[in-house]
Design a binder for this molecule. Structure first.
Ligand SMILES: OC[C@H]1O[C@](O)(CO)[C@@H](O)[C@@H]1O
Length: 436
């Protein structure tokens, strides 16, 4: 659901029928703008369409953390599905901006609940030697969601005038199915009920006041790392590509169809490279993947920036060869993100908190992800409009900072049981051990 939405909003916000209905000014600007005008989609309300969802998910993740502790992980996931269905239906039938944004907000609550519980659940149930791989199933399905959304948008963009409604409404299908499966027969109720009772009992055992506990030494390193990994994950610039690839490729001078096609290609690379991570994460560990990716992302971004600044800004177009090189570089960039910062941004915070602060601590990581995703969603088009192709150098600078952070502050957590992090990881680390 999370991935599907990331993929859907970018395509929908470039569809003419959608713009004419809700953002006629943007449509007018688009009509009169040249193909490669960096500012044609710069409209704060249009950006709010994308980012409202993440702002609501940000707040929802804290309620979800309470629900995950009190009701258990499974019930919280079920609650997420209900919000997904209502939110998707409301935005699909929207007749005005208010309905549209309200639908996005409800959908965002679903994302907050889902993103809080699913990665935690996976980490907790996984056998230790495959913990990384099992957790990365979350990110794998995020990338698959993005990919499916690309295809859906490609098809619905040819259906006038209501194709965009289908794109938004289809989000209800997978959520609807899982909820129906949940509430299907009567025979399962007993087992389910027992699980809920057991979960509540367990939750009572865990000491409350977990907010206060977050400031204890055992929780400070995972909190700092969990929050910063998410900030950095977004400052790799990935969502500038994920949300706005069609817009970005059009801005670079590709024609409308070619730009959709290029984003389908990046979608395939994204899914494929996540499998690489599943295969490697419990073998080579987390640190090596993150550091390798910083090098590859840096080189790709610098090269894209240089090509665009030198040729596009001067001549206004990219020739075929350069355009192909840019697409290839976007692929090498997405590839390295997908086997590192994408999945590990979720895995590491889910495996490093002690039990008493796990759900609250993880909620900080989730909400930081949402906050910075929405900041990028909200600001990217404005940044593109002012910085133009120099935006790639802006993200490159961040990649250097995050590489240094990993090198100095992030210990390896591969193969360490989640309840032994304090003795086996934090107390052994040259910097973090000073806390104890
Ligand atoms: O696959 C790319 C996607 O992965 C995420 O970083 C989530 O982990 C999203 O913010 C991004 O759109």
């Amino acid at each position: 659901m999370f991935g599907y939405d990331i993929g859907i909003s970018r395509g929908v916000s470039a569809m003419d029928d959608f713009l004419i209905k809700f953002f006629p000014h943007v449509y007018q600007t688009k009509l009169h703008a040249k193909e490669n005008n960096y500012c044609k989609y710069d409209n704060w309300l249009l950006q709010l369409f994308t980012s409202s969802l993440y702002i609501s998910a940000l707040f929802a993740s804290f309620f979800a953390s309470k629900a995950a502790t009190k009701l258990g992980r499974k019930i919280t996931i079920l609650i997420a599905s209900i919000f997904f269905i209502v939110g998707a239906v409301l935005s699909a039938v929207a007749e005005n901006k208010l309905m549209l944004i309200f639908g996005r907000i409800l959908f965002g609550v679903g994302v907050g609940f889902g993103n809080e519980t699913v990665p935690l659940f996976l980490t907790e149930v996984a056998p230790i030697q495959h913990r990384g791989a099992v957790n990365i199933m979350f990110q794998l399905f995020v990338t698959i969601g993005i990919f499916i959304a690309n295809f859906v948008n490609y098809g619905t963009s040819m259906i006038h005038p209501n194709g965009w409604r289908m794109s938004l409404g289809f989000a209800a299908i997978p959520a609807g199915k899982s909820t129906l499966v949940k509430i299907r027969g009567v025979s399962d109720v007993e087992a389910e009920y027992k699980e809920i009772v057991a979960a509540c009992e367990q939750a009572k055992q865990v000491k409350q006041h977990s907010l206060k506990n977050l400031l204890k030494p055992a929780s400070i390193p995972p909190l700092v790392i969990g929050v910063l990994l998410q900030v950095f994950q977004q400052f790799t610039g990935i969502n500038a590509i994920m949300f706005y690839a069609p817009v970005l490729f059009q801005t670079m001078g590709f024609k409308a169809n070619a730009s959709l096609l290029s984003s389908v290609i990046t979608g395939i690379v994204n899914v494929g490279s996540t499998f690489v991570s599943i295969y490697l994460v419990d073998k080579v560990g987390r640190r090596k993947l993150l550091l390798q990716a910083c090098c590859q992302m840096l080189i790709s971004q610098l090269a894209i920036g240089t090509i665009l600044v030198t040729s596009l800004l001067e001549t206004g177009t990219l020739n075929r060869t350069l355009a192909t090189i840019v697409v290839l570089l976007v692929c090498t960039y997405v590839m390295s993100f997908a086997w590192s910062w994408g999945p590990l941004g979720w895995l590491i915070p889910s495996e490093t908190f002690p039990l008493e602060t796990r759900t609250t601590g993880f909620a900080f990581a989730v909400s930081t992800n949402m906050l910075f995703t929405s900041i990028i969603a909200q600001l990217f088009l404005t940044m593109l409009c002012t910085m133009k192709a120099y935006i790639f150098f802006f993200f490159s600078g961040w990649i250097v900072v995050m590489g240094l952070f990993v090198y100095f502050f992030l210990p390896e957590t591969k193969g360490v049981p989640i309840d032994s992090m304090v003795e086996r990881v934090w107390m052994q680390h040259p910097i973090w051990k000073r806390l104890f």
